[in-house]
Design a protein around this ligand. Structure first.
Ligand SMILES: Nc1ncnc2c1ncn2[C@@H]1O[C@H](COP(=O)(O)OP(=O)(O)OP(=O)(O)O)[C@@H](O)[C@H]1O
Length: 620
């Protein structure tokens, strides 16, 4: 027997849908007011398209109920059936244009709404919504009232036209008690300002006692100002009100092709490159989001923008930008504009450039690595840590055309004093971006050379000691080599400046890794130990360079007693370790303690021996 087929239509559980929207699409119940304002704006846009002289105002009334009244196109009874009673259907797509179809593209230029779900946001704060409307398209049409409930029931009735004297629409909500915080009069004023501050139609919020608040104002970039200075001051004041900081400078943004205008405010304090600023993006005046880092390229983290655009698309939550070709073109164009501002500063306002670089040099360094033109302009201005102190590369290269750059901050700390005394010019390349940038100096400043600093370069600048002196030091050096050799470190004696530095530890990363490997090898056996052992032979060892010119070393070299020589060698090694300013391992801290106790014990058991020039011994 054939099975009979029956046709059905999907049923929508409205409560479930509203729950989904409020918990998964919208970040907060507050978006209900944005959706209401947006529908009002779109309705006015539609009416003015057929009657350019039609009024365009929006009035929000607070109290026991909340109403939003607009002077827009209004709805006929047929419209109500078609658009209000069908979720997902919108009059803002031409024909039955699909969400990504031609209909949407054609209409998008005009309207903010497109999805046909906005009104549902009102069910997040109300169980009942009433729409009372009279169309502007047909003067003889009756007024129509649609009353919808959050459980999915709705009623429609027509009323005499006189019930709504002027064309337009009033949406009325009866606020729910549990979400009353979002519909309180103060909150409504704040929300209307937040979302509608840049709307082009007049928005007024009227309180329960009749007091009214004008919500929107002309953005500063659209206002006429007496002078460029007055314009600048107005922008600065705007930034203070909006973002709560006084900008270092303001960069006006104008991309006619993208229908975008606005301003980028340069932050007055340094921010981490990882902490990208949230930009405020308005869509046809309506605030879309105040947290859109994707508006600008990553490197531009030193500005905060506020823009109004007609071309960017919102996501369905209407709280973020839809990532499409337009957004990426806008991002590139805005990045270009900010870069032009920066490169232009060198010529127009060097002192501002200085202040900017003082504050944001990390950002600029990040940017300059990828941008040759910018690199050429800003590199001479950027400060680097060098053996001449914190100076610009331009200044440094004047006295040191052959620059050496370290791979780490630690290496710089170890060798900087010795290199400086030997007349070498060393730049600390250990900070983020610095080494890359220093290496590019010869492109910009021909005649300059840049080489990575390795321990051998420094050793080559340390003078060999007189053979007779080396011979006199031989027995101490032998003990020192035995003692320090267990730490995979050689000991040599050299003459070098400054005299005040007793010892220098030349120790690079590879040598340190080698120590880790050898300690692992000591703990392992079999094949693993053999592998580690063979690696070990190829690795460079660290070097403890004792300064023969230093009085402390000279005295140590005269020690004849083995125990004291061991302690002195450990103390010199420990001191060099401390000077290298890298974190000490447990075994190194133990060595330092041992050396100190050893010296103290020795001193306490040698009555009457005082160091030359020291105070005579006295009882405590
Ligand atoms: N104030 C109003 N005046 C005239 N028509 C309105 C008004 N509010 C809503 N409508 C009609 O109801 C339809 C559905 O509104 P809704 O807010 O749900 O979606 P939308 O605005 O079309 O799209 P989106 O979901 O993107 O906001 C609109 O397309 C419009 O035809």
């Amino acid at each position: 027997m054939p099975h009979s087929e029956t046709a059905h239509t999907f049923q929508v559980d409205l409560r479930g849908l509203v729950d989904l929207l409020s918990h998964h699409l919208y970040s907060s119940p507050r978006v209900y007011l944005r959706e209401l304002l947006q529908n009002a704006v779109d309705a006015i846009t539609a009416r003015q398209a057929i009657d350019p002289g039609a009024p365009g105002s929006i009035t929000v009334r607070t109290g026991d109920t909340l109403t939003v009244t607009d002077t827009g196109i209004g709805l006929t009874e047929a419209d109500v059936h078609r658009f209000l009673a069908t979720i997902g259907r919108s009059s803002k797509r031409t024909g039955e244009g699909a969400l990504d179809g031609a209909g949407l593209d054609a209409a998008r230029g005009e309207f903010i709404g497109q999805f046909g779900i906005g009104l549902l946001a009102c069910f997040v704060v109300a169980d009942e919504i009433t729409v009372l409307s009279r169309t502007a398209a047909d003067p003889s049409a009756a007024a129509v009232e649609w009353r919808g409930h959050s459980d999915g029931r709705y009623t429609i009735r027509t009323l005499p036209a006189s019930t709504v004297p002027e064309p337009g629409t009033t949406v009325r909500l009866v606020p729910r008690v549990d979400t009353a915080e979002w519909t309180s009069p103060d909150q409504v004023v704040a929300l209307a300002r937040h979302y509608g501050g840049l709307l082009r139609h007049e928005v007024t919020v009227v309180g329960a006692r009749g007091e009214s608040h004008q919500v929107n104002e002309t953005p500063p970039w659209e206002q006429a100002h007496r002078s460029p200075l007055a314009r600048r001051e107005a922008m600065t004041a705007h930034c203070r009100t909006l973002f709560d900081f006084t900008p270092l400078d303001t960069i006006e943004l104008d991309l006619p092709a993208a229908g975008l205008r606005g301003v980028a405010y340069v932050l007055p304090t340094a921010v981490s490159p990882a902490q990208r600023a949230g930009h405020r993006v308005h869509l046809k005046g309506m605030l879309l989001t105040d947290q859109a880092p994707e508006l600008l390229p990553e490197w531009a983290f030193f500005v905060r923008c506020v823009v109004d655009t007609t071309s960017l698309r919102p996501t369905a939550s209407r709280e973020a930008l839809y990532e499409d070709g337009t957004l990426s073109a806008v991002r590139d164009a805005l990045g270009e504009r900010i870069r032009d501002w920066l490169t232009g500063l060198a010529a127009s306002d060097p002192s501002l450039l200085h202040r900017f670089i003082d504050t944001h040099h990390l950002a600029v360094k990040a940017l300059a690595r990828y941008d040759d033109e910018l690199l050429r302009i800003v590199l001479p201005w950027l400060p680097f840590e060098t053996t001449d102190g914190n100076v610009t590369l331009e200044e440094f290269a004047r006295t040191h055309p052959a620059l050496l750059v370290t791979r780490s901050v630690e290496e710089f700390r170890q060798v900087a004093p010795i290199a400086a005394a030997a007349g070498l010019g060393v730049v600390n390349g250990g900070y983020t971006y610095d080494r890359d940038l220093v290496h590019r100096l010869p492109e910009i400043r021909p005649g300059t050379s840049v080489t990575d600093l390795d321990p051998a370069t420094v050793t080559a600048h340390l003078d060999a000691v007189d053979p007779a002196a080396e011979l006199r030091a031989a027995s101490f050096l032998a003990v020192a080599r035995d003692t320090i050799g267990v730490h995979d470190c050689d000991v040599v004696l050299r003459d070098f400046q400054p005299v005040t530095a007793p010892a220098l530890l030349l120790d690079n990363r590879e040598a340190r890794h080698e120590r880790t490997r050898s300690s692992l090898a000591a703990e392992s056996d079999g094949l693993w130990a053999d592998i580690l052992g063979s690696l070990r032979q190829e690795s460079p060892r660290a070097q403890l360079v004792l300064n023969h010119l230093n009085p402390l070393v000279r005295q140590a070299l005269t020690i004849t007693e083995r125990g004291l020589a061991v302690t002195a060698a450990e103390a010199l090694y420990g001191q060099a370790l401390l000077l290298s300013r890298r974190p000490l391992r447990a075994s190194e801290s133990a060595l330092l303690n041992r050396a100190f106790i050893g010296l103290l014990t020795h001193a306490m058991h040698q009555p009457g021996t005082a160091a030359p020039g020291s105070e005579p011994r006295k009882e405590l």
